[in-house]
Design a protein around this ligand. Sequence first.
Ligand code: COA
Length: 158
Amino acid sequence: MTVVEIILRHTGRLGVDALEQLVAAECAIHNDCGWRRWELPIFAEYGRNVVFEIDGELAGSAQLVRSWDHPTVAYLAGFGLLPARQKQGLGARCLALLVEQMKEQGFAAIELTAAPDNAAAVKIYRDAGFRVTDRHDAKYGPGEDRLIMRLNLEETTS
Ligand SMILES: CC(C)(COP(=O)(O)OP(=O)(O)OC[C@H]1O[C@@H](n2cnc3c(N)ncnc32)[C@H](O)[C@@H]1OP(=O)(O)O)[C@@H](O)C(=O)NCCC(=O)NCCS
């Protein structure tokens, strides 16, 4: 099925049902390692919790915070699509929507971390213009190395 339109929506404060739906989505997207009910409301109310909708249905989500030390830098803390929406090139389209919106909002850069062996994620980030700026070995514990990636929005063209 060809997806013609993806809608990006800020959730704002999450009600009980929305929180439950998003926690379930996080479990599906990140193999039970996603954000939980204690974390998603923090992003929703103090950072940004974004959902991607296709035909009115939840297809994926992203969570962002603004850097304390560099307020024009956003950290993309979470990003993913539900399994049924993966492997169809939709991740790149969702990321492009997000990047465009961050740019419109005046951010200078987006930073994130990605597991070096998460080939699909690293590929779409690179294709969107993110560059590896560092590598933190065992960032999240033994065997959990992460690439640090950054997109300078002032260098991208619309
Ligand atoms: C990461 C994610 C958003 C990627 O989106 P996606 O739409 O499923 O990505 P795709 O499967 O279409 O793959 C994107 C690209 O990576 C390539 N790719 C995928 N798996 C690959 C692999 N194992 N080796 C090499 N390339 C690979 C694809 O061929 C595609 O390349 P193309 O754009 O040139 O066609 C999605 O897989 C996801 O939500 N994963 C779970 C959550 C997650 O890992 N989030 C990122 C955290 S940093």
